[in-house]
Design a protein around this ligand. Structure first.
Ligand code: MN3
Length: 204
C-alpha cells in the first residue's frame, strides 16, 4: 500500500530558538505532523489505485478525482495537514535569512517593497479567524498572499504555496500564549529564503 512518511527536519529542534522554542518544534513535528502523516495514510486506504503514482501535491490539487466522495474530506484535512506542514518545516532555518536579488525583485514588483510584503503577510496571518495558515503563493506567475482555514491548501485554487506560517495555536501557544502577532513577527527571523526561492523557481 502507498505510504507517506514524515519528512525529517534538516535542523535541530532548538535551531529556531529564541524565535520558536525547541519544545514547540519538537511537539509540532514529532506529534502533530506525525499524526497528519498517519491519518493521511489511513484516509488513503481504499484509494490506492487512484493515488498510487500521485504526489501529495497532485492529490490535494485535485481531490475531486477521488472516488468514493466520502473519502475526500479526510484527505483534505489530513493530506492538507501533511502537505502544509511539509512546506512549513521545509522553509524554516537560519542559513539564508534574506531573499536573493532575484526573488527580492519579484517581491518588490508584486508588493511594492519588502516591508509591504511583510506587512501584508503578517496582516493575513493575524486576520485568519481561528485555526489556519497564511501563505505566499505563486498564481499565474505572480506572487500573492492568501490565507486558508483549517488544513485547506491553496493548491485547491491552483495557487502554488512557497512560504507558509501556521497560526494554529499549537504552533505558538507554549511560548506566546495568546500573542499571535508576536509569533508572526518573530517568524520572519526563521525563514530560509533559499528554500522559498527553490519553490518559487519551480512554481513560475
Ligand atoms: Mn501545525
Amino acid at each position: 500500500m502507498k505510504k507517506f512518511e514524515l519528512p525529517k527536519l534538516d535542523y535541530a529542534y532548538d535551531a529556531l530558538e529564541p524565535y520558536i522554542d525547541a519544545k514547540t518544534v519538537e511537539i509540532h513535528h514529532s506529534k502533530h505532523h506525525q499524526a497528519y502523516t498517519d491519518k493521511l495514510n489511513v484516509a488513503l486506504e481504499g484509494l490506492e489505485d487512484i493515488v498510487r503514482d500521485l504526489s501529495i501535491e497532485e492529490i490535494i490539487a485535485d481531490v475531486e478525482k477521488l472516488i468514493p466522495a466520502e473519502k475526500r474530506q479526510a484527505v483534505i484535512n489530513n493530506g492538507g495537514g501533511y502537505l502544509n506542514h511539509n512546506i512549513y518545516f521545509d522553509v524554516m532555518g537560519i542559513e539564508h535569512p534574506e531573499p536573493s536579488a532575484e526573488l527580492m525583485k519579484a517581491i518588490e514588483e508584486d508588493f511594492g517593497s519588502f516591508e509591504n510584503f511583510k506587512k501584508e503577510f503578517a496582516d493575513a496571518a493575524i486576520a485568519q479567524f481561528g485555526s489556519g495558515w497564511a501563505w505566499l503563493v505563486v498564481s499565474n506567475g505572480t506572487l500573492q498572499i492568501v490565507k486558508t482555514g483549517n488544513q485547506d491548501s491553496t493548491l485547491a485554487d491552483n495557487k502554488t504555496p512557497i512560504l507558509g506560517i501556521d497560526v494554529w495555536e499549537h504552533a505558538y501557544y507554549l511560548k506566546y500564549q495568546n500573542r499571535r502577532p508576536e509569533h508572526i513577527e518573530n517568524f520572519f527571523n526563521v525563514i530560509d529564503w533559499q528554500k522559498v526561492e527553490n519553490r518559487y523557481k519551480e512554481a513560475v
